[in-house]
Design a protein. Sequence first.
Length: 275
Amino acid sequence: MSLIEFIKLCLLGIVQGVTEPLPISSSAHMLLLTNILNLNNSSISLEILLNFASTIAIFCFFSKKIFILVKASITNKENKNYPYLNRSFLFKILIASIPIIITGFLFKDFVNKYLLSTITISISLLATSLMLYIIYLMLLKKKIFTEEITIIDSLVIGLYQSLAIIPGVSRSGSVLFGGIKQNTKLKVTMDFSFFLYLIASIGSLTLSIIDSDFTNLINSFNISSLIIVFLLTFVISYISIILFYKIINKRTILVFSFYAFTLGIIFLILNIFKH
């Protein structure tokens, strides 16, 4: 494999790592970059590989909270530092995961056949931008937000997450929108969002691996390069989620909104020139 091809792989890994934890649709960025770098023949297998690296990074970042949640669910004892991580919280995560499982099962083929287009992604990014802007406006109102997530809240959040089967709709953005709409604190909604991400990602990766053939990927790129890019994606994803948790507030939500809007316009222009 040439140096140029290796650099292309590294660019994909960096973009995947940076964008996966952020509410700006990593899938839109990956689609745009694979088209620019002419890596379409291996894009699906590459996306699975790099998504897996991001999933492991986010799992590692949340390992402490996962342990607390599992322990609290087994013992039914409250953790004083994270009182919301309890058996009820775990149950609500499972409840919130149901909509995306159902919609993914029912509409996966439809999405792959009809919605993997620049026009769909441009509209979805603009919708993501709007959701983030509404979050910003709701946070500006300085309402009293709660750490409690009810069963109804979890179902509403799950329904918003299911919108993420549409390419270009940010999964974390739609979950944050659902959580803030239900008056849940931003940091609690973020934790809820990433627990949901782990369940959805593991399920999606499992189905994708079953349906995919990695022979073309291995034939296109040597294994050592794929390992390096996998590790690069893992490290960048881990750094990205750490920074995301440190900088997240209403102002950064507004920045993400403007960014998603700009990217949506770029996809719209690409679609116009394409035709």
